[in-house]
Design a binder for this molecule. Structure first.
Ligand code: GDP
Length: 453
């Protein structure tokens, strides 16, 4: 396999840039482009050692920097690796890279370092996919989830299911091949129960995809309420900006203002919607229509009510629209005299969050309530989750095959047929974990990566 090189840091000006070289020639290539100030022999450097020196291309002295050596298999890729840190100018880094090419390295493809780590058994496919997720993480919760995936959380979860299925397949095979030597009678009901429990575990695994997406992309939240209850003020409080227009003229938020915020490590995708009320104003009624659409898309609805005014017909209409939704009921304007019957809200929503959107300290209270209602606050970050479409498809196909096997068993089909269906399910699980996966799939996974990772 060729020795490859790429710039591992972003292509932008910065303090330092790192050029990574990996493969059996990595140390030789480093010895050709790097001259240690101490005069030491790079070819004799042990793993995890570094030296300071000059980076050269032939007799041209390009820069000074630090060389770090890793020895196989104790490196990210599992191969000998050299990392050269130079000054972080885009031209300087490219020039050092081209010196590595002149010294014999080939340009690395996107994700090729991680692909080699996979091929050298340093990580599973799901762990490699988690590396891409760590790089793309935009919030703390997703970063922590992806980190635990990289440590093998999903791989362990899949393995637990595939081991159960494998022992079932082995047992079925034994009954087919050596029926006379089996100690117990074949108990179809017991085996069907095992398949049912595997199917349930796969359902939970598939459901984890939705949770994972919410953690990754943020919880879609619609802020709704009749005009002037304080939606835009609340939006501005949560985002810390003045993007929503706050006025006391009713119906000012005619369209939807959207913003993403990080609240206590969880990402919220907030949409401040037009006030709900009967209206003849064409522009405003389009806004209301869009608000109703947003309600449908929201995972959590932040319904705002104004405690300083009696609840109105528009408030009642809104309550009806919220049937079946996950709702955080915000009872706003607690700083003013209370004229609304808050008990109606408590009865309808179970609990209410009393705030004054003008008080900056309320932002955390609201964000905590949203996280709690979304169910993500209590999510076990270490349990492993389905992180992308490839994984979801494999899990769904595995479950379909398990359900098919269950149906076949219960309808009295031959053990041969049941066994084949279980084996199909097992193949899909091995594909999910990456233990049995085609080169095309591996290539597709690494296409998502950047060059240098
Ligand atoms: P929206 O139409 O629901 O978006 O309402 P706005 O956010 O534009 O607020 C309408 C009016 O209520 C503005 O004058 C705000 O300053 C005021 N307001 C919002 N929240 C509070 C609050 O908690 N206390 C008081 N006293 N006024 C508030």
């Amino acid at each position: 396999m060729q020795t490859i090189a790429a710039i591992a840091t972003p292509q932008a000006e910065g303090g330092i840039a790192v050029i990574r070289v990996s493969g059996s020639e990595a140390v030789d290539i480093a010895a050709k482009v790097f001259v240690p100030a101490s005069g030491r022999n790079i070819r004799k450097m042990k793993g995890y050692t570094a030296c300071y020196g000059e980076i050269c291309d032939g007799d041209k002295r390009l820069d000074d920097g630090v060389l770090l050596i890793y020895r196989a298999p104790h490196s990210y890729t599992g191969e000998d690796t050299a990392e050269i840190s130079c000054h972080g100018g885009t031209f300087a880094a490219k020039r050092v890279l081209s010196a590595c090419f002149s010294a014999g390295a080939a340009p690395a493809q996107a994700g090729e370092f991680t692909k080699r780590a996979l091929l050298n058994g340093k990580m599973s496919l799901t762990q490699a996919e988690a590396v891409a997720d760590i790089i793309s993480a935009q919030n703390e919760q997703f970063l922590l989830c992806s980190r635990s995936q990289q440590e093998g959380a999903l791989y362990r979860r899949i393995s637990a299911v595939s081991e159960k299925l494998l022992s079932l397949v082995t047992l079925i095979q034994a009954w087919i091949d050596y029926p006379d030597e089996m100690e117990d009678e074949f108990d179809g009901k017991l085996e069907a129960d095992k398949l049912r429990s595997i199917s349930d575990e796969l359902s939970a695994l598939i459901a984890s995809h939705g949770e994972g997406q919410l953690v990754k992309d943020g919880i879609p939240c619609a802020i709704v309420g009749r005009p002037n209850v304080g939606k835009s003020t609340l939006m501005n409080l949560l985002t810390g900006t003045e993007r929503s227009i706050v006025t006391d003229i009713e119906g000012t938020t005619r369209d939807i203002v959207e913003e993403t915020v990080n609240a206590g490590g969880v990402m919220l995708r907030l949409a401040d919607c037009a006030g709900i009320r009967e209206t003849d104003d064409v522009v405003e009624s389009i806004g209301v229509e869009r608000m109703i659409k947003k309600l449908g898309e929201a995972a959590v609805v932040i319904a705002v009510f104004d405690l300083s005014r009696p609840l109105s017909e528009d408030d009642e209409r809104l309550m009806e629209l919220l049937d079946g939704k996950r709702v955080v009921c915000i009872a706003n304007k607690t700083d003013l005299e209370e004229k609304a019957d808050a008990e109606i809200l408590v009865k309808r929503f179970g609990s209410i969050v009393r705030v004054s959107a003008k008080d900056p300290d309320c932002a955390k209270t609201v964000a905590d309530a949203v996280t709690a209602v979304s169910g993500l606050g209590s999510l076990d970050l270490n349990s492993g989750f389905i992180a992308n479409e490839r994984q979801r498809l494999c899990a769904e196909q595995a479950k379909a095959a398990v359900d098919e096997a269950l149906g076949a068993l219960e309808s009295g089909m031959t053990l041969d047929a049941v066994g084949v269906m279980c084996e199909n399910a097992l193949d899909r699980l091995y594909e999910l974990s990456g233990e049995q996966v085609s080169e095309t799939v591996v290539d597709q996974v690494f296409r998502r990566f950047c060059v240098g990772k």
